[in-house]
Ligand binder design. Sequence first.
Ligand SMILES: [Zn+2]
Length: 74
Amino acid sequence: MAALSKVEKLLTKKRAIESELTQIRRECKHNEQQVAMVPYGPGCQLEIRWLCVNCAETLGYPSECEIDHYVRKK
Ligand SMILES: [Zn+2]
């Protein structure tokens, strides 16, 4: 049962971290945004998204033109 209590502790921590993140992101105005690769889904595939520079919230999909610009910049 050692693993279970460790997992429960981690889950409690995770919830605390998530609620703190939610709080920060709720207060953030997302004034500065950039196109970036973000891990997405269970397989953690990378996707190109608009990301807030300040709180790292994913904000939406860039247009094809914006993606093109981002890829060229690399
Ligand atoms: Zn933000």
